[in-house]
Write a protein that binds this ligand. Structure first.
Ligand code: HEC
Length: 124
């Protein structure tokens, strides 16, 4: 009998542990990542501020940002129009993968940018 109890306890323990690997984004990818109606002024600007502008703002661009200023829509648009922006964040061949020194943007952030790109990169 005690052996059976041990096995039971082990099964319970293992199934509880499995719960720790569940996370909302993996369980409900479409619920937590809203790619509708993406706006430059809120969504895109927030992603760039968090991930890119530390190197690519007006002040830092000349020292650590390779002279690339992505601050504000008009500056960003230059790098969209010359096709370097999407290639860099998609980590496409032939581009410097961005953010530099970090891993690729989280899936949901990339999806938001792709959705904004599909809408024609509006200044909204
Ligand atoms: C730690 C500083 C740093 C961060 C953070 C950073 N960059 Fe860069 N970025 C650079 C440097 C330096 C270069 C010049 C190329 C190189 O050194 O790889 C560059 C190059 C680029 C280029 C030109 C790429 C090409 O292949 O022509 C683009 C576009 C760009 N960055 C966009 C971004 C975006 C968008 C983000 C945020 C998702 C970002 N960068 C985050 C430093 C940074």
């Amino acid at each position: 009998m005690p052996r059976l109890f041990l096995i039971f306890a082990l099964v319970v323990l293992v199934s509880f542990q499995a719960c720790y690997y569940d996370n909302e984004e993996e369980l409900y990818p479409n619920i937590t990542c809203n790619t509708d109606n993406i706006k430059y002024s809120s969504d895109i600007n927030a992603i760039l501020t968090a991930r890119c502008l530390s190197c690519h703002n007006a002040a830092s661009a000349s020292s650590i940002g390779a002279g690339i200023n992505l601050e504000g829509y008009n500056n960003l648009k230059v790098w969209i129009d010359n096709n370097r922006f999407m290639g860099a964040i998609r980590h496409s061949a032939g581009f410097s993968p961005m953010p530099k020194g970090g891993s690729k943007l989280p899936d949901c952030e990339l999806k938001k940018i792709e959705s904004w790109a599909n809408a024609g990169f509006p200044n909204n």
